[in-house]
Design a protein around this ligand. Structure first.
Ligand SMILES: [Zn+2]
Length: 236
């Protein structure tokens, strides 16, 4: 009764034992999956070396990479790691150039607040995530507002330190937009702190970077921090 009940499943999906005995079944399965039209993208982004390393890691962790839940895991891990580090291959100029506009008439602070970001800490390859607020004082040019979150993504999708992420956002805007000053504040929650038994599991880390007039003018800095910090404090 039990075997009859299971029969349809085992015919449509080879059991882990079958696959362990015969690697050919595994290959056939993979090629069949890759041939499926709805997985066409997966086929084009196949990443054999990274997938094989992810599989090795599973084995080293004492797992059986042939068990049902893990069969596609090396593929998924490779694909997600490529995506989460895809910012390493891009330059800030690719994001900002073409979206800089002359605006001599506007010189007040431009603030884009509470931009969500997700990154990987370079020490543990574990996520850290939170929000960034970015402000600048136009020096004759403004940037398309949607480009600032894209710039944040570009730097977040790298193996990062929160301190460096904050500085890179400020530095690249200063360099490409040439404003009178840039201010960046980031608040993030680090899973490497929360998951590994460090005492303060709920703690968040705040980092800041300033250039130009934000460095020389404390009143301006305070105005930025008051404005940027209002909602993030309120949300916690
Ligand atoms: Zn870490």
């Amino acid at each position: 009764m039990k075997s009859e009940f299971l029969k349809p499943k085992t015919t449509s999906l080879p059991s882990a034992a079958d696959e362990a005995e015969s690697p050919k079944i595994d290959e056939r399965r993979d090629s069949r999956l890759l041939a499926m039209p709805h997985l066409g993208h997966a086929a084009s982004s196949a990443d054999p070396r990274l997938e094989s390393l992810a599989r090795e890691m599973l084995i080293e962790l004492g797992e059986d990479p042939e068990r049902e839940g893990l069969i596609r895991t090396p593929h998924r891990v490779a694909k997600s790691l490529r995506f989460l580090t895809s910012g390493s291959e891009k330059e800030p100029a690719d994001v900002l150039n073409g979206a800089l506009f002359d605006a001599d008439e506007y010189s007040e602070m431009v603030l884009v607040k509470e931009i969500e970001f997700y990154s990987l800490c370079e020490h543990h390859l574990l996520p850290f995530f939170g929000t960034v607020s970015v402000a600048y004082l136009p020096g004759g040019k403004v940037v398309g507002l949607s480009k600032i979150p894209r710039l944040v993504d570009l730097f977040a999708r790298r193996l990062q330190l929160q301190e460096r992420l904050t500085k890179q956002i400020a530095g690249s805007l200063q360099q490409l937009l040439e404003p009178r000053g840039v201010a960046v504040t980031a608040t993030a929650f680090h899973l490497c702190m929360a998951m590994r038994g460090v005492a303060k599991q709920q703690s968040v880390t705040t980092t800041r970077a300033f250039t130009g007039e934000f460095l020389s003018n404390p009143q301006l800095r305070k105005e930025f921090l008051d404005e940027a910090g209002r909602d993030s404090d309120g949300g916690k």
